[in-house]
Design a protein around this ligand. Structure first.
Ligand code: SF4
Length: 366
């Protein structure tokens, strides 16, 4: 199966019904290697489930296991490996759960997990412990304790609606959740985190955009493109529809070994996003989830990439390089050190061309 032979039905329900979820489906779509076959058997027996929409499968190379799309969605035998430092819940979300489905790691914002379902299960998922485990989209009743917590804690000013993928649900369900959040009267913004524009872009229809735009008001959409090959015509249409409905769209990319761990690939991705009016927001060091070490890079890889991208990409195209510290202690920006010397009132910077430049502080006020 490849882009040339696959029926790319525009109906997102069809895409979900026809998603690849078993070994037979994988064998039909790809010439599997032994490592992938073993990975699939293991995933089906005990790990993160398999789901790949026909649309996303069509972006992958059916012959080459090193394909950057395929590495994101086809399990591999290495998922059985537990490396030093690997964690089941790397961001300590269970320890920071303040109500069912509500995680609070920062003073002013909280994470609301409204579903455990995704159209594609990404093999590097931070929440592999819970996604695809059953239950699907949570009802308003199930989320009521979370809403009560938020009402009692007005210092929480922003909610990130995530999952699973919150947009693998009906527009009316999504609208109802956003309206309930608006009714609290305590929130400034809501962010909706989704991979639907990447893996199921035909789901982004006008009804969904209206629900997102009108349900809360100040809603931001956070997408998750990892590779320029994901910026297809369908994805471009989905992004344009979101932006044209007045929704600000930002993108988080996860740095992944063998997928996007080089400056050229990321430059192409970030330029492609900006050209589609999407702001690259974070480049995230992959979280140390058990069974993902084969997809992770050392910290120095991201730093070296940023050395090359600084000055080559404009400020709106260059995201922040971020490590989400294990244990849920919060995000930390990092990257190359551009300060060569700190003196009394004078700081010497190293520029992207390798030149040294002094910045002199103003004299102190008398
Ligand atoms: S779409 Fe997001 S939540 Fe779902 S498997 Fe991928 S990374 Fe995890």
């Amino acid at each position: 199966m490849n882009a040339g032979t696959l029926p790319l039905a525009p109906d997102w329900g069809w895409q979900l019904r026809r998603a690849i979820t078993d070994l037979e489906g994988l064998e039909r779509a790809f010439r599997l290697t032994d490592a992938e076959r073993e990975g699939a058997r293991r995933a089906l027996a005990q790990g993160l489930p398999i789901s790949i929409t026909p649309y996303y499968a069509a972006l992958a190379d059916p012959e080459d296991e090193r394909c950057p799309i395929r590495r994101q969605c086809v399990p591999r035998a290495e998922e059985a490996r537990e490396a030093p430092g690997d964690l089941r819940d790397p961001l300590g979300e269970e320890a920071h759960e303040v109500a069912p489905e509500l995680v609070r790691r920062y003073p002013d914002r909280a994470l609301l997990l409204v579903s455990d379902r995704c159209s594609v299960y990404c093999r590097f998922c931070t929440r592999s412990r819970m996604v695809g485990q059953g239950g699907g989209a949570r009802s308003l009743e199930q989320l009521e304790p979370a809403f009560r917590y938020l009402a009692a804690h007005p210092e929480v000013r922003e909610v990130i609606v995530s999952g699973g993928d919150p947009l693998v649900a009906t527009a009316s369900r999504i609208r109802a959740i956003l309206e309930r959040l608006r009714a609290l009267g305590t929130l400034d913004t809501v962010r909706v985190a989704t991979r639907v524009p990447v893996t199921l872009p035909m789901r982004v229809d006008d009804e969904l955009c209206r629900a997102l735009r009108e349900g809360f008001g100040a809603t931001w959409v956070m997408t998750h493109f990892n590779h320029p090959r994901e910026l297809t015509e369908e994805a471009t249409r989905a992004l344009a529809r979101l932006v044209d409905h007045g929704l600000p769209v930002m993108n988080q990319t996860v740095l992944l070994r063998g997928v996007n761990d080089d400056a050229e690939t990321l430059e192409q991705l970030f330029r492609g996003l900006v050209a589609r009016r999407v702001r690259p927001y974070y480049l995230l060091q992959a979280d140390p989830v058990i069974g993902t070490s084969h997809l992770r890079t050392p910290l120095s890889t991201g730093v070296a990439i940023f050395e090359r991208l600084q000055g080559r990409l404009s400020g709106i195209a260059l995201p922040k390089l971020i490590v989400d510290t294990p244990g849920g202690r919060g995000k930390v920006p990092h990257g190359p050190d551009w300060v060569a010397r700190r003196g009394e009132g004078v700081t010497t910077f190293r520029t992207f061309r390798g030149e040294l430049a002094d910045y002199v502080d103003p004299p102190e006020e008398p």
